[in-house]
Design a protein around this ligand. Structure first.
Ligand code: SAM
Length: 223
């Protein structure tokens, strides 16, 4: 029997950038449990209300002003507590998704780990290893290959491997895709994404528009 999984994003930024908000909304949507699955772990009998996505270490200001779109996801548990304080969490059942881990994630990890922890940070180019901040908890680390992914992609890939049992090297990827941001301009995204059948990268809804806006403001040059 597959153990129900929990996906934890430890928010490491002070604010909630537009990019992170779209990523978190996507994670909340994709980790929502199907309503048809029988319930064993809910307070009101609705399986969709079972927390599957935990947003931890939120600064008070953000916790108290969490966007309504995020709050609307009943499977989201938002807290100011750090990940190691989550109810029911046992350290030996936790896997930290760490780009510097020695071992890559494999389908069998789905039988060992119940909790998967990710850094809630925007990627940077070159990567600054901010995931290091999460190593203090001492959780077992797993890598998703050598290329940095956005947080929502890392959650998506983890779910494909541990829930769908697809080996990492069979997941279709597209690296550093170019996005057309205006008639004559493209920008290269410094990340690995899951590839759709038509070859395009899976990105959160609204992300391309946000990237276009930010590039007009010169924001992408700072990355
Ligand atoms: N530049 C980064 C850093 O400073 O560590 C990568 C941050 S990445 C945008 C956000 C999170 O996704 C990471 O903290 C990690 O949990 C997960 N992640 C991204 N790519 C990964 C990879 N190749 N292997 C394992 N985890 C990854």
């Amino acid at each position: 029997m597959t153990i129900p999984k929990h996906y934890v994003v430890e928010h490491l930024d002070v604010e909630l950038e537009g990019w992170s908000k779209l990523e978190y909304l996507t994670i909340a949507t994709e980790t929502r449990p199907p309503s048809s699955v029988s319930t064993t772990n809910t307070s009101n009998g609705n399986n969709n209300d079972r927390p599957t996505f935990h947003l931890t270490s939120l600064p008070r200001e953000l916790f108290e002003n969490l966007p309504e779109e995020l709050k609307a996801h009943n499977n989201l548990d938002a807290t100011m507590e750090e990940v190691n304080k989550l109810d029911g969490l046992k350290a030996e059942e936790v896997c930290l998704l760490d780009p510097r881990a020695e071992k890559d994630m494999c389908p069998e990890d789905g039988e060992v780990f119940k909790w998967f922890v990710f850094g809630g940070i925007l990627g940077d180019d070159p990567p600054r290893d901010r995931t290091a901040e999460l190593r203090k908890y001492g959780f077992t680390g797993r890598r998703l290959g050598p290329v940095q992914m956005t947080t929502d992609t890392a959650v998506r890939v983890t779910r494909l491997v541990v829930e769908e049992k697809i080996p990492l090297d069979k997941v279709p990827f597209v690296d550093f895709p170019e996005l057309k941001i205006s008639k004559n301009e493209t920008t290269e995204m410094p990340f690995r994404y899951v590839k759709r059948d038509d070859g395009t990268p899976i990105m959160p809804e609204g992300m391309v528009e946000l990237i276009k806006e930010d590039s007009n403001k010169g924001f992408l040059d700072m990355m």
